[in-house]
Design a protein around this ligand. Structure first.
Ligand SMILES: *Cc1c(COP(=O)(O)O)cnc(C)c1O
Length: 378
């Protein structure tokens, strides 16, 4: 089956006796045993639940993985995956990461005795040079948040295999519709399902998709032990979102390309970060490993006053955190996603007081551009 069909029918063999088209929300914490010592397929919803199994099978199929685990948020997925490692584990991670992942690595995992090197994972030679005997994994986001750095997944996976490391890729920005890291050799794919997979800004979710049985067993044990599982109703919402993932992504991708071009033409805009520009440093790698550029655009305007003016004046875009939904959102990384990053480091990387990030939605693109036009006026 092709991707669009899988979004709807990947797990149809799990249909129930009533022939329901949508997966029922199985709102039960526990399940009756078949007999003394005769286990049922399900026993307790922290371990597994029919609604969740259906969703997990669907996401595993979309990513081409051996198994998927549905978590209560992207952060709970990442936190649980990090429990695969023990101190003094050393991990090489992208230097441009989701703020919550950075906080977890630097403040929580580091306190447990992990060490990290944060580098541009687009520079494979640099990654290789940092490997030492304690190194256990490479963790990357591509494209990265919010600077849109691109890493070559196949190249990183070759290095990971050579040195026996796990390659973990956060695929939130492109989704499996545009990029399938496991096929390129990654071992674990992470998602904030809150974003494009759910797609409607209405629920939190997270996924870890693993490439093989061994990882599925290890992560399955941690999953049932930590218990950050996704509730049945939230599974239903994410599954409903996934049904329209290709349609939404196509529209978002087209809208974003137009808006990025428009932004680049404005004299008040100093720089636009968008992977779909042919002169973007990661364009060639992106064309090789992905089939779309997604809907995320960051840009720097002339000064803080204009950045604040835009945030105050937008009407169709909404000034809010998060991304990946049908509604277009715009955010101020300095005050929101990257508030925990020290100012000097932030500025050095370009996340200045005049830097904004937008998640383009599915509105009519002319309305979005008109909205920006009026928001740019001081
Ligand atoms: C939002 C996000 C996360 C965290 O996911 P939550 O669902 O908010 O916990 C992780 N990685 C990326 C790239 C994200 O955008």
């Amino acid at each position: 089956m092709e991707f669009e069909t899988l979004c709807l029918h990947a797990d149809d063999n799990k249909k129930d006796e009533w022939g329901t088209i949508t997966t029922p929300i199985c709102q039960s914490a526990t399940f009756v045993h078949k007999g003394v010592g005769v286990p049922s397929e399900y026993s307790y919803s922290r371990l597994s639940n029919p609604t969740r199994t259906h969703l997990e099978n669907t996401v595993a199929a979309l990513e081409g993985g051996f198994a998927a685990f549905a978590f209560s948020s992207g952060m709970s997925a990442i936190s649980t995956v990090m429990k695969l490692f023990k101190a003094p584990a050393h991990i090489i991670a992208s230097d441009d990461l989701y703020g919550g992942s950075l906080r977890l690595f630097r403040n929580v995992n580091a306190a447990d005795g992990f060490t990290f090197d944060f580098v541009d994972t687009g520079d494979a030679a640099k990654v290789k040079s940092l490997i030492r005997k304690e190194t256990v994994a490479i963790y990357c986001e591509t494209p990265s948040n919010p600077l849109m750095h691109v890493s070559d997944i196949a190249e990183l996976s070759e290095i990971a295999k050579q040195y026996g490391l796990l390659l973990i890729v956060d695929n939130t920005f492109l989704t499996p519709y545009y990029q399938r890291p496991l096929r390129l050799g990654a071992d674990i794919v992470i998602h904030s399902g809150t974003k494009y997979l759910g797609g409607h800004n209405d629920t939190l979710a997270g996924f870890a998709v693993v490439a093989n049985k061994e990882l599925a067993e290890k992560l399955g044990y941690l999953y049932k032990t930590f218990g950050a599982c996704l509730a049945p109703f939230d599974c239903f919402l994410i599954e409903r979102g996934i049904k329209t993932l290709p349609l939404r992504m196509d529209k978002i991708n087209a809208n974003a390309a137009e808006i990025a071009k428009w932004l680049r033409g404005r004299k008040e805009v100093k720089k636009v970060y968008f992977v779909g520009f042919e002169d973007h440093a990661g364009y060639a790698v992106s064309k090789k490993q992905s089939t779309g550029f997604g809907g995320m655009i960051s840009f720097e305007v002339e000064n803080r006053a204009l950045a604040e003016n835009i945030l105050r004046k937008v009407k169709v875009f909404q000034y809010a955190e998060s991304l990946g939904g049908v509604e277009s959102l715009i955010t101020y990384p300095m005050l929101q996603t990257h508030a925990d990053v020290p100012e000097e480091e932030r500025n050095a990387r370009g996340i200045t007081e005049a830097f904004l990030r937008m998640s383009v939605g599915i509105e009519n693109v002319n309305d979005l551009i008109e909205d920006l036009k009026q928001a740019f006026e001081l």
